[in-house]
Design a protein around this ligand. Sequence first.
Ligand SMILES: [Zn+2]
Ligand SMILES: [Zn+2]
Length: 246
Amino acid sequence: MWSTIADKKVNYWSHLIRKLSPGGECERCLQPTRSLFFLCESCIKELPQALHTCSQCSEPIASAGRCGRCQLHPPAFDYSCCPFLYQPPLSLWIKACKDRRQLLWLPRLSGLMLLSPVAALAQADAITFIPSARRKLFRRGFNLTEIMARRLARALKIPLIDSALNKTSGNDQRGLSARQRHKNLSNALQPGQLQLKGKHIVIIEDVITTGATANAAARALKQQGAAVVGIWALARTPPPDWYDKH
Ligand SMILES: [Zn+2]
Ligand SMILES: [Zn+2]
């Protein structure tokens, strides 16, 4: 009987120590990890990534360099960096945060961004984000990219600009074609009144789908004088034919 009580005490203390000390269980494989992060190292390596992506728009391509579309019609942003592809489990985590308001994903998704910081950040003057339309902000209660941008700016000690872009109206971009997105955005995203002459600005995004939103935001920043605009996003939606080949 006493040994059972002693065993229970040992179990209780080992459980408590594990709770209080760094490390825990990996969210995905449930294996113990010493890391403070929610994923173990092998699960981080297994997150969906493309072997090669376009250096400007981050679309997955066959070999390193710029995609044909960027060579023909370059977007307003100068470079982009998306460490992951918008596929499960990452896509499910982003949806859980945005659509089901599971707020524990806010620091986790920001933490995933910090695993692959953009090399050009060393030259960046400021970080910014694309604001939510008032109606969407009211419905969701928060803007994921704003929270990510604030966390990243604080972690990397880079100034944050929060009034470089104005979202005036427009419908949800999800489900729209590239042409429809462009039309929807031309009215929705307006430049602020900032003087950004010669500045290098990095826009934080959660997902780049067609690149239309990032393009409209970069154009608005350049209208305010920005010299270089980069996009740092968590994930990139692969083109439709990418799924047939992989
Ligand atoms: Zn794991
Ligand atoms: Zn491209």
